[in-house]
Design a protein around this ligand. Structure first.
Ligand code: ZN
Length: 268
């Protein structure tokens, strides 16, 4: 009798135990089954998000997009003929670049010879004529001193200055070949009789220098190397160096009181 009772009790425990096991097993199987289901729901959402990121067009900043590395590792601009080309100590013009539309503007020069430096690109030359005409109407007598300069001529000038005053001084006051804005045919150095037709900082204090500060932008020119911006332009203050960029951008650069480098970096 006792033995039968023990067997019955044991059987009851076994049934309860296996029933529990079976129930737990169902839950585990259910969990296991549900996991891949949830993943298959999540995967396409994640994939969709990454697709959106990839679809966005890559934006290359204007200043980078206008540069390329030439043979020999030199960083050159790929838009030398562009009216908005930016040339400085980090952005070389190709050594063989010569503007195609150089003309002599009909303005006053303090010399008679038909030298290379009288030339400017056509659009810049026309704008300079208008600038000089307007100055003349205001009884301001400007003289154009130095416009287009070939790569070769710039090389001669730089080497001469480096020989006379050392390379460090030459680097601050004169451009290396390929790094002069004068090679673009869009820059003109302007002077007056008050400073003996020289390019000196005191030009700023003259009536002519003052007039330029107030009117150059109206004709599409910027005073390219302003005072206090030497770190950005790489050049000492040059109140005589005009660069043609067109009225719209000259106006913005002038109003904002910034350099061309800052304009192209922040507004293009
Ligand atoms: Zn100049």
């Amino acid at each position: 009798m006792k033995r039968r009772l023990v067997i019955i009790i044991l059987s009851i425990f076994l049934v309860i135990y296996f029933t529990n096991l079976y129930a737990k097993g169902q839950t585990v199987i259910a969990d296991w089954l549900s996991t891949p289901e949830e993943q298959t729901v999540n995967v396409p959402v994640e994939k969709g998000d990454s697709d959106l990121v990839e679809d966005k067009p890559e934006q290359i900043p204007y200043l980078e997009s206008t540069l390329e590395v030439a043979v020999g590792g030199k960083v050159v601009v790929n838009n030398p003929g562009d009216l908005l080309v930016l040339v400085n100590k980090k952005r070389n013009l190709p050594s063989d670049y010569v503007p195609e539309d150089l003309v002599i503007p009909n303005v006053l020069f303090p010399f008679k010879e038909k030298l290379e430096k009288k030339y400017l690109r056509k659009e810049a030359a026309l704008a300079l004529e208008q600038l000089f005409q307007r100055a003349s109407q205001d009884n301001v007598k400007l003289y154009a001193l130095s416009g287009y300069r070939s790569y070769k001529r710039q090389e001669e000038i730089f080497n001469y200055k480096a020989q006379q005053r050392g390379e460090e001084v030459a680097n601050k006051t004169s451009a290396r070949p390929g790094q002069s804005e004068h090679q673009t045919g869009l820059a003109m150095d302007v002077t007056s009789s008050g400073v003996n037709y020289k390019l000196v900082e005191s030009f700023r204090e003259t009536i002519e220098g003052q007039w330029l500060v107030g009117h150059a932008a109206d004709f599409g020119f910027v005073i390219r190397y302003p005072q206090g911006k030497e770190e950005i332009t790489g050049y000492s203050y040059e109140p005589w160096h005009l660069r043609y960029v067109g009225k719209e951008i000259a106006g913005k650069v002038n109003t904002l009181g910034i350099t061309l480098e800052e304009y192209f970096r922040d507004y293009m």
